[in-house]
Design a protein around this ligand. Structure first.
Ligand code: GZL
Length: 372
C-alpha cells in the first residue's frame, strides 16, 4: 500500500519529532533517520496515537455502516453489557506486539462495558477459523479479528456474513471486500514502514551495503508490503545497496537466529540486516555475535515493531533504528464499531500512527514510558 503524498508530507513532522495535531500515518517522507532530531516520536501511547487517516488522507467516500454492510445487519449497542463482542487474536502473546494489542482491546472493552469473549490461535490459521466459529456459537454478535494471514479465514468469515455478524479486521488484511466481507482494515502503513527502514539503513551505511532481509511469515500483507516497500526504496534511491539474501524467519526469534546463522555462513559480505519484525532482529543479533561480529559496528541492523527490548538495543547502538508498529488498537477499534452502528460509518482502510525510534530518541522514549 503506497503512502499518499499527504501522509508523506505530514509524516515529515512526525519523523522530525514535531507534535502533530493533524491526523496522519507514519509513512516514509524520504527523511533519513540518521539525521532525525532527538524529539520523541509522537505516535506512542499517547492519545493522539489513535489519530487515523484513510490512506488518501481524507474520507474516500461514505463510511461503512450497519445499514450498508453486506446488505444490512442489525443495529447494536456494543456497550449495553449484553451484546457479545468476540476478539480473535492470531498469535501468542509471548510477542510483546501481540500482548500489547490484546491488552489494548481488553482494556478498552472494559472501559466501555463491552461484554468481550476472546480466543488466541497461536499462529494456526485453522485454529483461528474454528475459534471464530466457536465464538459465534457462544453468541458473539460482532467480531474483531487480527488475522493470521490474508487467506485462510474464508470459512469463518462466510459463516459470520451468513449470520449477519459484522467483522472488523485489525493489524493485517484478509482477502475480500470492505463493507461486504469485513467492515474495514485498521493497521499500520507497512509499505511506508519498510521505506523508512531502507532510509535508516542507507543513512547508517553511507548507502553502500550488502543487505540480508529476514522476511516475516509468508501469506500476509504485512510481510509482502514490508518486503516490497524496502526493495522498491532501494531500487528508487540507493543503487549501491544490494539485497544479497532474503529469507523468511516467520516473525520468530529462533527461526530468525537460525536463518541469520545460515546467511552469514553463505554470504561473508553481509554488512546490513533488515528484520521485518523485532523478534527476528533479536535472533539476528545472537547469530551475528555467535559469528564473532559486532552488531551496530560490523553489521548495521534495522527492525520494525518497537518493542522495549529492541528499542533498548537501539539506545545501546546495536541497531540503527526500530520503526514502531503501533498495537494499541483498542480505542480505535471500538470507536470504529460505534461509528459503524451509528451514522458516521468507517472508512475501508484506516491507518494507525506509528513511532520511529532511533539512536537520537530511543533512550528518551524509554524513559518516558512511550515504548511497549
Ligand atoms: C504487524 C503484525 C506483525 C508484527 C509482528 O502488524 O502483523 O505480526 O510486526 C507480528 O511482530 O508477528
Amino acid at each position: 500500500m503506497n503512502a499518499s503524498p499527504r501522509a508523506r508530507a505530514v509524516s515529515a513532522a512526525l519523523l522530525s519529532g514535531g507534535l502533530l495535531l493533524a491526523v496522519t500515518a507514519c509513512t516514509n517522507s524520504g527523511t533519513s533517520s540518521a539525521t532525525s532530531t532527538s524529539a520523541v516520536p509522537t505516535a506512542a501511547n499517547t492519545a493522539d496515537a489513535q489519530q487515523v487517516v484513510s490512506p488518501s488522507g481524507s474520507p474516500s467516500g461514505p463510511g461503512c455502516t450497519y445499514q450498508s454492510y453486506a446488505g444490512g445487519v442489525p443495529q447494536l449497542d456494543i456497550t449495553d453489557g449484553k451484546t457479545v463482542v468476540g476478539f480473535s487474536q492470531s498469535e501468542s502473546t509471548s510477542n510483546p506486539f501481540r500482548a500489547t494489542e490484546t491488552k489494548s482491546i481488553e482494556t478498552e472493552a472494559k472501559r466501555l462495558g463491552v461484554k468481550l469473549i476472546e480466543r488466541n490461535a497461536n499462529a494456526d490459521v485453522n485454529a483461528q477459523n474454528s475459534q471464530i466459529e466457536d465464538m459465534i456459537a457462544q453468541g458473539a454478535k460482532v467480531l474483531v479479528v487480527a488475522p493470521e494471514n490474508s487467506d485462510g479465514l474464508g470459512p469463518a468469515l462466510a459463516q459470520a456474513k451468513a449470520k449477519k455478524i459484522p467483522v472488523l479486521t485489525i493489524d493485517r488484511t484478509v482477502t475480500g471486500t470492505a463493507c461486504s466481507d469485513f467492515i474495514a482494515f485498521i493497521g499500520s502503513d507497512f509499505y511506508g514502514q519498510a521505506q523508512i527502514a531502507a532510509d535508516d539503513l542507507a543513512g547508517a551505511t553511507g548507502a553502500k551495503a550488502h543487505v540480508a532481509i529476514l522476511q516475516g511469515t509468508p501469506g500476509n500483507n504485512v510481510s509482502a508490503d514490508r518486503t516490497k516497500g524496502f526493495t522498491d526504496q532501494l531500487t528508487a534511491k540507493y543503487p549501491n545497496m544490494s539485497v544479497v539474501a532474503s529469507q523468511t524467519g516467520n516473525f520468530d526469534q529462533t527461526d530468525g537466529q537460525k536463518v541469520m546463522e545460515q546467511l552469514l555462513q553463505a554470504h561473508s559480505d553481509i554488512n546490513a540486516v533488515y528484520a521485518e519484525n523485532d523478534a527476528m532482529a533479536l535472533g539476528a543479533i545472537q547469530a551475528i555475535k555467535s559469528a564473532g561480529k559486532t552488531p551496530g559496528k560490523d553489521i548495521k541492523i534495522v527492525s520494525i515493531d518497537g518493542i522495549q527490548q529492541v528499542v533498548q538495543d537501539v539506545a545501546a547502538g546495536q541497531l540503527v533504528a526500530d520503526i514502531e508498529t503501533n498495537p494499541r488498537f483498542g480505542p480505535l477499534a471500538f470507536q470504529s464499531l460505534k461509528d459503524f452502528f451509528g451514522s458516521t460509518g468507517v472508512q475501508p482502510k484506516v491507518i494507525i500512527k506509528d513511532g520511529h525510534f532511533t539512536g537520537a530518541n530511543a533512550q528518551q522514549a524509554l524513559s518516558q514510558g512511550l515504548v511497549y
